[in-house]
Design a protein around this ligand. Structure first.
Ligand code: SAM
Ligand code: SF4
Length: 438
């Protein structure tokens, strides 16, 4: 039996939605009177896990091993496994790692304080229920905030891409109510947020009574003090005319779109159950660029989906050339238990996947560098988010989500005007111009 914890540490893996959930769990534990501590000192460690690829899922077990070795095992903390691995593996986790005290799924973490009490009584605590929406209503109001905040507006997925675990770990697609989102956005702005990124597995599927994400974005645009709005991740099928128009009309909506295509081959897209093809994806990009010519386009790619031939992969390289991405994420296909693709024939050998990923990443890297280099000489605003490594240095983001390093005495959280001076593949250097009134 472990004593009731008075300190905690939340470690989040994976996507931005997990980062948001991690913040909310921390707020919840603070509301219970616990204080944050480093992972190597905390009485309770919450591992907020990701199940999207095998490597991500396995990380949790190596972390548990590391925690148990803490100070020779004498000071092992109470361990909670949260997130999508908890949902997918449930009771299997304590069977494989008996040191785990709590297992809590992504739709049940509002029950974390009760589960901690249960574990402190020496009982094994497990909750992987998926009640629709009750989590949000049971969480305390937002308090902890930096200049840039996440806000989950949509959860789950009904699209069932054949490679993906999300519909199983996060459940059915649901939209949070408009009024609750606006209330949370106001609380975030009151706590100091100047930028809000609306989150969802398919964020542009958000809807309430025939009104889509563009309606929500326009309502948030009216909040005094909120200067920047972003949203991620979008699905091509839910890219409505209204949302595209919002990119032309709403000044606070940042010129950045993350729109995963996954593959450039129609044959592979069909086998993935993506419900768009290469041509329809390119048409959307064209419409978005017509509405907002300076928009930065980003995407996700999977190489080595079962049955992917050299020709299919060449089609992926072609769509990358056609779009010319500002930034992108690319992954080797990882077979996930229980998904249809895991049972498909023609799994692609690892060395072939490695070679394809290298070629794709080299091309995407060249595009990203060229995009950054083309920004040199421009004047733009940046939102200062954190200190840099060197004394006096700070790091901020441009509207197009590029990181800029610069020396300035302006405070974190300020929006300032800069001139971009030089560019690398992942960031730019800038010089501050006149300070804008916040
Ligand atoms: N809903 C978004 C969409 O439809 O594009 C993506 C959400 S998913 C959490 C993030 C990315 O992980 C996907 O876009 C895909 O590229 C990647 N991914 C998902 N399942 C994968 C798998 N089994 N193997 C490799 N990458 C995967
Ligand atoms: Fe996964 Fe596809 Fe749903 Fe995206 S749309 S979360 S890739 S199933």
């Amino acid at each position: 039996m472990k004593a009731a914890p008075s300190t905690f540490h939340v470690k989040s893996f994976g996507c931005q939605m997990n980062a948001y959930d991690g913040d909310r769990m921390a707020e919840l534990l603070e509301a219970e009177g616990m204080a944050q501590a480093d992972a190597d000192a905390a009485d309770l460690v919450v591992l907020n896990t990701c199940h999207i690829r095998e490597k991500a899922a396995e990380k949790v077990y190596s972390d548990i091993g590391r925690l148990m070795k803490r100070r020779g095992g004498a000071a092992a903390p109470m361990i909670a496994v949260a997130g999508c691995v908890a949902q997918a593996e449930g009771a299997e986790i304590p069977r494989r790692a008996p040191q785990v005290d709590i297992v809590v799924g992504p739709q049940a973490y509002h029950n974390l304080p009760a589960l901690v009490r249960q574990a402190a009584r020496g009982e094994r605590a497990l909750d992987t229920d998926m009640p629709l929406l009750s989590k949000f209503g049971a969480l305390p109001a937002r308090r902890r905030q930096g200049p840039s905040a996440f806000l989950t507006v949509q959860e789950g997925c009904d699209k069932f891409c054949t490679y993906c675990v999300v519909p199983y770990t996060r459940g059915a697609e649901i939209s949070r109510p408009f009024a609750a989102i606006v209330e949370e956005a106001k609380a975030l702005v009151d706590a100091g947020a100047k930028e809000i990124t609306l989150l969802g597995q398919n964020v542009n599927a958000w809807a309430e009574e025939e009104k889509g994400l563009d309606h929500l974005i326009r309502a948030l645009d009216a909040l005094p003090g909120l200067r920047r709005i972003r949203y991620t991740t979008s699905h091509p099928n839910d890219m409505t005319e209204g949302l595209i128009r919002a990119h032309a009309e709403v000044e606070a909506l940042m010129p950045y779109l993350h729109l995963p295509v996954q593959s450039g081959s129609d044959r592979v897209l069909k086998a993935m159950n993506r419900s768009h093809d290469a041509a329809s994806y390119l048409r959307i990009i064209e419409q978005v660029r017509a509405a907002r010519p300076d928009i930065a386009v980003s995407g996700d790619f999977i190489v080595g989906f079962p049955g992917e031939t050299d020709e299919d992969f060449e089609a992926t390289l072609r769509i990358v050339e056609a779009v010319n991405y500002a930034q992108a994420f690319s992954f080797k296909y990882s077979a996930r238990p229980g998904t249809p693709a895991a049972g498909m024939e023609d799994q692609v050998p690892a060395p072939v996947m490695d070679e394809r990923l290298q070629r794709l990443q080299a091309l995407l890297g060249r595009q990203q560098l060229a995009f950054n280099q083309a920004s040199v000489g421009r004047r733009t605003s940046i939102l200062l988010e954190r200190p840099g490594r060197k004394p006096g240095q700070k790091i901020g983001k441009t509207p197009r989500l590029q990181s800029v390093h610069l020396e300035t005495d302006a405070a974190i959280g300020e929006l300032i005007e800069v001139e971009l001076l030089s560019a690398g593949p992942n960031s730019l250097a800038g010089a501050a111009l006149v300070r804008q009134a916040a």
